[in-house]
Write a protein that binds this ligand. Structure first.
Ligand code: TLP
Length: 345
């Protein structure tokens, strides 16, 4: 399949590196990062920690490994971790909480990703002969499975305050925290202040080919470095990839607003069509999730009809997901809208 000929809305992970990234990758100064001497990785780790106002950070091959190392580092066996019921860390990361950390996830409902602090408090357990000890709360912003919703800062701060009262850690899955910041105007540092550790991805809207950052206190990151190695995530001359990550962080943040505007335009253009259940006001960033119920077509049939018209999207439990990204232009939004009209009316 020649992907150049498709309008690819499957994710914001599908982007190709920019020419500037390719050049930086070719010219990167590298060393052996497992031995601690790759200057490009060190520069990226310093930059990520500084941007979030935390002590240290660690370059990760994926967001999943970043989240897995965070959970492993903050918890012990016999512990429980509070998660949001639709969260990525709970639903879409191949069970690393139980497989790697051997902790019990406690999923709680939410309002578009924002858990009720009182309900969180009611679910905190001190640990006893019968009960697990709650040691970690995981939050997610933006929230993927709530259609890229921006979780309000006040909610995250309230959860952090209550976690502090109970001596519990908070980990933010901020795979798309820069999208949250661009959409809300809240600086990423303020989101990071509401958590002990943060994972964010360079390889989603920021368009790097690979990589995520785990950010937090120095001793947590030092321990995380050992866990990453144990999981096989120690990488050698990985400055060739970190070089693209530096450009992602330095040059690709502001343009996320374009992805949000295109997602908004697409949502408005399709929301009235037969079969589509979507409130465009709920599309806050680059992700559109809509329910699909059509008299003639099932969701898989609709996705197939879109594919024939060279438009790609993904099925999700709530229906269908479209994600805008750097490689989606206005013309791709126009083709998607025509394909929708063509198939549905
Ligand atoms: N999400 C991917 C897929 O897994 C669905 C996507 O296309 O959206 N946290 C959040 C909130 C994520 O959305 C993802 C990836 C991750 C963590 C994991 O990142 P990676 O894919 O780098 O392991």
């Amino acid at each position: 399949m020649n992907m150049e000929r498709y309008s690819d809305f499957r994710s914001d992970t599908v982007t190709r590196p920019t020419p500037e990234m390719r050049r930086a990758m070719a010219e990167a100064v590298v060393g052996d990062d497992v031995l601690g001497d790759d200057p490009t990785v060190q520069e990226l780790e310093r930059l990520a920690a500084d941007k979030l106002g935390k002590e240290a950070s660690l370059y990760m091959p994926s967001g999943t490994m970043g989240n897995a190392v965070a959970v492993k580092s903050w918890t012990q066996e016999l512990d429980e971790v509070i998660v949001e019921a639709r969260s990525h860390i709970y639903n879409m990361e191949s069970t690393h909480m139980t497989f790697i950390s051997r902790v019990n996830p406690r999923p709680l409902p939410s309002q578009r990703g924002a858990m009720d602090p009182e309900e969180v408090e009611r679910n905190i357990k001190p640990g006893s002969v019968h009960l697990p000890r709650t040691s970690l709360i995981c939050v997610e912003n933006t929230h993927n499975n709530w259609g890229g919703a921006v979780v309000p800062l006040e909610n995250l701060v309230a959860i952090r305050e209550l976690a502090d009262r109970f001596g519990i850690r908070v980990h933010l899955d901020g795979a798309r925290m820069f999208n949250a910041s661009v959409a809300s105007g809240v600086p990423v540092q303020q989101y990071a202040d509401a958590a002990d550790s943060v994972m964010f991805c360079l390889s989603k809207g920021l368009s790097a080919p690979v990589g995520s950052m785990l950010v937090g206190p120095k001793d947590f990151i030092a321990h995380g470095r050992r866990v990453r190695k144990a999981l096989g995530g120690g990488m050698r001359q990985v400055g060739v990839l970190a070089a693209a990550g530096l450009i992602a962080l330095n040059a690709m943040v502001d343009r996320l607003a374009e992805d949000h505007a295109r997602a908004q335009r697409l949502a408005r253009s399709i929301s009235q069509l037969p079969g589509i259940q979507l409130d465009p006001a709920e599309v806050e960033t680059d992700i559109i999730i809509f329910g699909f119920e059509h008299p003639r077509l099932t969701a898989p049939e609709f996705l197939e009809a879109l594919k024939v018209r060279r438009v790609l999207a993904l099925p999700v439990p709530q229906g269908i997901r479209f994600v805008t990204n750097k490689d989606i232009g206005d013309e791709d939004v126009d083709s998607a809208v025509s394909a929708f009209q063509d198939i549905l009316s």
